[in-house]
Design a protein around this ligand. Structure first.
Ligand code: 5AD
Length: 354
């Protein structure tokens, strides 16, 4: 798989070929990772953010968002609920903050979940993934020491010019790359990914993004279509809608297949943003090579305030309803749910010293 092959997968319009690409991606997934789909309960514990990314609905500059911060008991309770359902791991996600109070809070919450969630089936407690943005190297060491073992930090795009256009002046692509390196050094299994169908983004850019993922030897991938949020500066760009949502969705599925064919044994999440465009988006992603789903566990009374893009699905459904709905959806694709396990990627497992 070289750059040209990737560009071809991302741009072919031949129906028979797209069918073949999908089938090969699915076969590669089954061969390298097996039939299981892993669930991570997603707890969006705060939408307070110091950053001002031009695409994001919870950017600091959006004064129409009601800001919230969940109490530790609520986060721990949501995590335990996941444990009871057999989800095996949780993702704690929030807006970006780097003050000491925030970091200590996350550390304590992680330690509390770890200490309280040990069971016979999960002797080391729930797996904890963090997704709280760019932090210092020292902070990453602290968070790992507290008991989190995976971290998601999207690179968003590896094209320097596009990265600059999407972010405020202080943010640099090189810092983001550095942060990914620090995460790895601190001991985390690292997940990253990009937004797909950004204004000005070409299939060549996306192919380069995929080669970056390979070069960085990452363990997990989370990527999904860019979706306009009406209260962001990007919504006013002339080219914000240069691709239709359907086009971005199609490109999203091809990106998943291309990633699976290129990287083989990593975990790939079926992004919720896919479902914001197509009601069966996540199931389709599973059949194009994804193997992780992140059900919504954020308490419904704050969920509405965590909208990164317009049309976020499942705003009112309780975690219970989400669980039933997802079980039916996943089993409908012929796959099996990997209960009571952290579900680390085969890539991370294969890298461990024997
Ligand atoms: N559309 C799609 N994805 C978005 N994200 C933020 N805003 C949007 C948007 N408007 C993604 C970014 C970020 C992740 C948490 O959510 O990739 O890293």
């Amino acid at each position: 798989m070289d750059r040209n092959d990737l560009i071809h997968i991302l741009s072919t319009t031949d129906k028979a070929e797209l069918k073949r690409i999908r089938r090969e991606a699915e076969e590669t997934l089954l061969r390298f990772c097996g039939n299981k789909v892993y669930l991570r309960g997603l707890i969006e514990f705060s939408n307070i953010c110091e950053n001002d990314c031009l695409y994001c609905g919870i950017r600091k500059g959006n004064s129409r968002v009601g800001r919230y911060f969940l109490a530790q008991e609520r986060i721990v309770e949501a995590a335990f609920w996941c444990g009871k359902q057999g989800y095996g791991s949780v993702v704690l996600q929030s807006g970006e903050r780097s003050d000491e109070k925030f970091i200590t809070y996350v550390e304590k919450t992680v330690a509390e979940i770890k200490a309280q969630s040990r069971t016979r089936t999960l002797p080391d407690g729930l797996g904890i993934t963090l997704s709280i943005g760019e932090q210092s190297e020292e902070t990453y060491y602290r968070l790992f020491a507290a008991g989190a073992h995976r971290y998601l930090l999207r690179i968003e795009t590896t094209n320097d010019e596009l990265y600059k256009r999407l972010h405020p002046p202080g943010m640099r692509l090189s810092d983001r790359i550095q942060a990914l390196e620090h995460l790895k050094q601190a001991g985390f299994q690292v997940g990253t990914g990009v937004m797909i169908g950004l204004p000005g983004q070409t299939v060549e850019h996306l192919a380069d993004d995929l080669l970056f993922l390979k070069q960085r030897d990452v363990d997990m991938i989370g990527m999904g279509p860019y979706i306009v949020h009406h209260d962001t500066p990007m919504a006013a760009w002339d080219d914000a809608n240069e691709r239709t949502p359907q086009e971005r969705f199609g490109l999203g599925l091809r990106m998943i297949a291309a990633t699976r064919l290129l990287l083989k044994d990593v975990n790939i999440a079926a992004a919720t943003a896919l479902q914001a465009i197509d009601p069966e988006g996540r199931e389709k992603a599973l059949s194009w090579g994804a193997n992780v789903i992140m059900p919504q566990i954020t308490p419904t009374e704050v969920r509405r305030e965590y909208q990164l893009y317009d049309g976020k699905p499942c705003l009112d459904e309780s975690a219970d309803i989400c669980k039933n709905c997802l079980t039916i959806r996943i089993e409908g694709t012929g796959r099996e749910i990997g209960y009571d396990s952290w579900g680390d990627s085969k890539h991370a497992i294969n890298k461990r010293p024997q």
